[in-house]
Ligand binder design. Structure first.
Ligand code: SF4
Length: 571
């Protein structure tokens, strides 16, 4: 028995109140396996598909299709019947089960649960979480008036049936597990992660739970490289004017005047629509059902907003965020950290990419020294106004030397990609046009990721709420502006991916033409795919995944699970 589950020992399961959601018994199984896993899935609505979960679903397919009819207890005598997919609940225990199979013989019912894989060779015949699950099913049947003498587990892999003996010890353990999960859910108390457990590397939620990362802040010690590789799904950008995105079964089809490109839905993480491209209603419904966000941009790449489904069900994260956002002291602390990280990362980016031919030496040292001093000043700013001043000073120095990182080769490029100062709304030169687009794309990334982990992207700590402005996304992306956005701009100029013919002027305003925008977006997405070493945890991770980890750590910080939010500070 785990230490965490012992915390809840001997609490009788409270009778479920009217309107209280009943706990599925497979969550009771997960609670026994790992209380945090059950909590994340049941209370916080987290889910991640893995090979194991997909295989488990396949082995249940037949029983899931069952009719689920069982004769009433009073009509069960002299009946021999096998019912598949029987749904039944117990208000007393506050649980509900869809039982794979219930065998009825002469008034005695026996729940049989199907498991993928082979029977384990353990003394009790099966692992405890699985026996508890069957016991919970038996208790539901008993509460509904059926006589139950034992349960069973059917192992699909080895085609073996293992009896489950419903003794007092198993029943007590089952009651404890039900009480533990329901009490934790009612109290909004997320159990701590397991410590150094062999269960974590196999857990499909390891990338969401962040067990070792969370423990690192509490207990010290480097995390194991559990962090699952980045999701294989990627953003789908629809940029051609009048392109139409529609669905065809489980595929998305981009239709440009009869020319079609198909993408399987599982390969799409989010959709970005530019200008007058459109999405059909059935496609939008499918995307919302699958929780795949759609971001909307103007033709020029200005981020307008995003469409999501019903959103993350874990309201407790948003409650914690709202509480913190209304506390001036916490907002200032968070804002100081963000500005400090932004200035430090600007300095790091400048230091790494400063071209030797462009004033290496005293000028570089002076610029880096001033940025270092400004980053320190951010830590002690007395209020947000002062912090805005510090941030502005840092940006002015950084952009004054931004062109020291550019290395255009041809004469035309040298002229077009000369950079004097940051300007926007509208950007008046190619470098500023690309910087504006890069920040828009980064806003999309952070809006989607904050929303996907259960945060409200529109309420920040540093940026103040304004209609339609994703303030939290803007907050969290500050330290990533130089590392992801500016870095993409420097890269496309220096390697010639975007060239002078890729730009167009409308009066004073400069913008990328469609081919230039396509090339730039490809470079930006590539930057997100690049692997980097996490400066705190030490493992290799893509930038896309690192951003998600940061957003999840913020939820842990806001909910008090870790003491400090670790800002991203590459060396
Ligand atoms: S990663 Fe480990 S601690 Fe986290 S839910 Fe999975 S098994 Fe539990």
């Amino acid at each position: 028995m785990s230490r965490d589950s012992q915390l809840f020992l001997n609490l009788p399961p409270p009778v479920a109140g009217r309107g209280e959601e009943l706990v599925p018994v497979r969550m009771v199984n997960e609670w026994v396996y790992c209380p945090r896993l059950a909590y994340l899935e049941w209370v916080e609505g987290e889910w991640a598909e893995s090979g194991d979960t997909a295989e488990g679903r396949r082995s249940h397919r037949r029983v899931d299709e069952g009719s689920g009819r069982l004769p009433a207890p009073e009509d069960a005598d002299d009946v021999v019947r096998r019912a598949r997919g029987v749904t039944m609940s117990s208000q007393r225990l506050g649980i509900i089960a869809k039982m794979d199979v219930v065998d009825l013989e002469d008034g005695v019912a026996m729940p049989v649960d199907f498991k993928k894989g082979k029977r384990p060779h353990v003394a009790a015949g099966a692992y405890e979480p699985e026996r508890v699950q069957v016991c919970a099913q038996a208790m539901i049947l008993e509460d509904n008036g059926y006589r139950v003498e034992q349960g069973a587990l059917w192992y699909v892999g080895s085609r073996e049936r293992v009896p489950v003996i419903l003794d007092d010890q198993l029943r007590a353990r089952t009651n404890d597990a039900i009480s533990g999960l329901r009490s934790a859910a009612m109290a909004g108390r997320r159990p701590p992660p397991l410590q150094d457990s062999p269960k974590c590397p196999r857990c499909s939620l390891a990338g969401i739970c962040l067990p070792d990362e969370t423990n690192l802040f509490k207990l010290g010690g480097p995390p194991r490289p559990l962090n699952p590789s980045d999701d294989a799904a990627r953003p789908l950008h629809v940029q051609t004017p009048r392109a139409r995105l529609r669905k065809s079964g489980e595929r998305l089809v981009v239709d440009v005047e009869g020319k079609k490109t198909e993408v399987p839905l599982v390969e799409v993480s989010d959709v970005a629509i530019y200008g007058p491209a459109s999405v059909t209603t059935p496609a939008l419904h499918l995307l919302m059902r699958e929780e795949i966000p759609v971001s909307w941009f103007t033709s020029g790449g200005w981020f307008l907003g995003h469409t999501v489904g019903t959103g993350h069900r874990n309201v407790t994260v948003r409650e914690a965020q709202y509480r913190a956002a209304f506390e001036e002291r916490r907002c200032l602390d968070m804002a100081r950290g963000l500005v400090r990280a932004k200035v430090r990362n600007s300095r790091t980016f400048l230091r790494r990419n400063w071209r030797a031919a462009k004033g290496e030496g005293t000028e570089k040292d002076r610029a880096l020294g001033r940025l270092k001093r400004i980053a320190t000043e951010a830590e002690t700013a007395a209020n947000v106004q002062q912090l805005l001043g510090v941030e502005g000073e840092g940006a002015a120095i950084y952009f004054r030397f931004f062109d020291r990182m550019l290395a255009p080769t041809t004469g035309a490029e040298v002229e077009q990609f000369s950079f004097a100062t940051r300007n926007r709304r509208p950007p008046t030169d190619p470098v500023n046009a690309m910087l504006s687009l890069a920040y828009s794309l980064l806003t999309r990334v952070f809006t989607n990721v904050t929303s996907s982990v259960g945060l409200d992207p529109y309420l920040g700590f540093y940026h103040r709420p304004r209609h339609g402005r994703p303030a939290l996304a803007l907050d969290l992306m500050e330290p990533f502006r130089p590392i992801v956005a500016d870095s993409s701009v420097v890269q496309v100029i220096n390697n010639g991916e975007v060239r002078p013919p890729h730009f167009v002027w409308n009066g004073n305003a400069c913008a990328l033409k469609p081919a230039g925008r396509r090339a730039f977006i490809a470079a930006f997405e590539r930057r997100l795919e690049q692997e980097t070493t996490h400066p705190v945890f030490g493992y290799r991770v893509t930038m896309r995944r690192l951003i998600e980890v940061q957003a999840r750590l913020l939820t842990r910080f806001l909910q008090g699970e870790i003491r400090d939010y670790p800002h991203y500070l590459p060396r």
